[in-house]
Design a protein around this ligand. Structure first.
Ligand SMILES: NC(=O)C1=CN([C@@H]2O[C@H](COP(=O)(O)OP(=O)(O)OC[C@H]3O[C@@H](n4cnc5c(N)ncnc54)[C@H](O)[C@@H]3O)[C@@H](O)[C@H]2O)[C@@H](O)CC1
Ligand SMILES: [K+]
Length: 489
């Protein structure tokens, strides 16, 4: 099933729609508490547990979990931030169902437990966590306890993944119905630990009414091209990668290998003669073609029936690169613009966006990392997801905004967050391989959004598959066949 991501506001709407469809809100809260208790007993050995309850429904879930854990024989203490008399609605009800003592939440109490269930704040953060609440969060983090977060680690903004003041560092997080962007966006994602998704009885049909725009990038979001028995190299597309000059050839070579390993039928490196000689010393299956000046591009595309182009890796921030990009955009091919191809338009981004929007073939992917993103789009307000969405809309291209939490956005606002990445990928040239993979997938007929999502996902898996530090970008293309094989079965 495709995994939609719901902002806290959309989640509140899902709750309301569920209630309107006949599921009592108290049942949702009981189910949420039950899910937490279940995950605690499933993952952790029986031991003293502290349940920290806040003033809202997140605390309500905590009260339910406390009761159910005690029923299972766990030694449970409950501490409340605020007064029991101030609790409202379902939270007040379930607090009454907890018949044990309710202590005042304070930092010192956090020291004596193996497990702390964090029900301080969930989706309802109205301001930064400060004062006593912040002291409690710090004390919980400094204790030896494993923290189990209800919905989100308290202090993490579920919409943006930002830390509001200070946040719990959870060993795992139990969330309900659908994950939130904050479970995948950094730095919040790193504080969630493992995220476990629980069904609390909200009907899936409510999704049709909410029409969410955000998705987790996973394998059901796109379909990889499949080779048919009668396929030949020309039917799997031809990807051209533009090379840097003779002293800067490595980046384009990594892209070309990425494009070839992801399955493009043919891959050509285009560049000046002296650069091609360097490539020739390294490559066998990748073809070489002279493409010295921007004017050389169009005849080359026609001659070799090229249907996807990657420009940018070590291309140089120069007038030639700028002209090449405009020539490429004027063609019918699908285009990946990476690195220098992006930076070269820093002074006149609107010229780039106009050329993208004027195209017949809409498949253009921009792959900026944070610096390149700011150079091209300036400072856009909001979280990474908002910024990627705004950039895609403004440019008319699919924007793959790189990082530990890569976000891929389509001009119409549809957006995916990639959670498959690995810190192993933070190495020179890894982005060049990714750009080539996107080009290789578009050469095989994938559209820009699906190709960018699939490439980001597979690239992330490749980083994980290596499984140890020491990965260099040269290793990545060679890992791809195993991953493609696994994804095909
Ligand atoms: N029907 C529902 O809405 C369901 C909600 N559920 C739970 O309810 C949670 C959301 O409940 P709420 O909307 O009550 O939100 P919270 O439980 O996060 O609490 C909001 C309360 O905390 C206060 N608050 C917010 N930020 C604060 C800060 N920085 N410092 C001090 N006080 C602060 C607010 O004034 C409000 O009283 C979810 O995260 C989930 O755990 C689940 O029970 C499932 C069903
Ligand atoms: K919480």
């Amino acid at each position: 099933m495709v995994q939609e991501l719901l902002t806290p506001r959309e989640m509140a709407r899902a709750d309301q729609l569920a209630v309107a469809s006949g599921v009592p809100s108290l049942t949702l809260m009981e189910n949420a508490g039950q899910a937490i208790a279940f995950e605690v007993v499933s993952h952790l050995p029986l031991q003293p547990v502290l349940v920290l309850c806040g003033p809202g429904n997140n605390g309500g879930d905590g009260f339910v979990a406390a009761r159910l854990l005690e029923e299972r024989g766990w030694p449970v203490r409950v501490a409340l931030l605020g007064e029991k008399a101030d609790l409202k609605g379902d939270a007040a009800l379930v607090a009454r169902r907890w018949t044990g003592p309710i202590e005042q939440a304070r930092p010192e109490i956090c020291m004596d437990f193996g497990v702390i269930v964090d029900g301080l704040f969930g989706a309802g953060l109205s301001r930064d966590v400060d004062g006593l609440a912040a002291e409690i969060v710090r004390a919980a983090n400094n204790s030896a306890a494993e923290i189990v977060a209800i919905d989100v680690p308290s202090g993490v903004d579920g919409a943006t993944g930002q830390i509001r003041g200070v946040a719990m560092e959870a060993a795992f997080t139990v969330t309900f119905f659908r994950c939130k962007p904050g479970h995948l966006l950094q730095p919040g994602a790193a504080l969630c630990g493992k995220v476990l998704l629980a069904d609390i009885g909200i009907p899936d049909a409510v999704i049709d009414e909410i029409e969410p725009l955000a998705f987790e990038n996973e394998r059901l979001l796109w379909t990889l091209p499949r080779r048919r028995v009668d396929d030949h190299k020309f039917s799997s597309g031809h990807c051209l990668v533009i090379s840097g000059d003779a002293l800067h050839t490595g980046a384009a070579r990594l892209s070309a290998l990425g494009a070839a390993r992801i399955g493009a039928g043919l891959v050509t490196l285009g560049g000046a003669r002296d650069a091609l000689l360097v490539h020739a010393a390294h490559l066998t299956a990748i073809m070489l073609a002279e493409c010295d000046r921007p004017d050389d591009l169009r005849p080359l595309l026609d001659r070799r029936k090229i249907n996807a182009i990657v420009i940018g890796p070590a291309a140089g921030v120069s007038e030639d690169t700028r002209q090449l990009v405009l020539e490429a955009l004027a063609s019918e091919a699908s285009i990946v613009l990476d690195a220098d191809a992006i930076s070269t338009f820093a002074q006149e981004p609107d010229a780039l966006f106009a050329a993208i929007k004027a195209r017949k073939n809409p498949n253009v992917v921009l792959t900026p990392h944070h610096g390149e993103f700011s150079r091209l789009f300036g400072e856009i307000a909001g979280c990474k997801l908002d910024r990627a969405q705004a950039a895609a809309k403004r440019s008319g291209a699919v924007v793959l905004y790189k990082g530990a939490d890569t976000v891929i956005a389509r001009p119409d606002g549809y957006v995916a967050i990639n959670g498959s990445g690995s810190p192993n990928l933070a190495t020179a040239g890894s982005g060049d391989v990714l750009a080539g993979m996107i080009g290789g997938l578009m050469a095989q007929g994938m559209n820009a959004f699906d190709g960018a999502c699939a490439a980001a996902y597979i690239h992330g898996l490749a980083g994980r598959r290596y499984g140890k530090p020491g990965l260099i970008a040269d290793d990545l293309p060679g890992i791809l066949p195993d991953i493609l094989f696994e994804l095909s079965i």
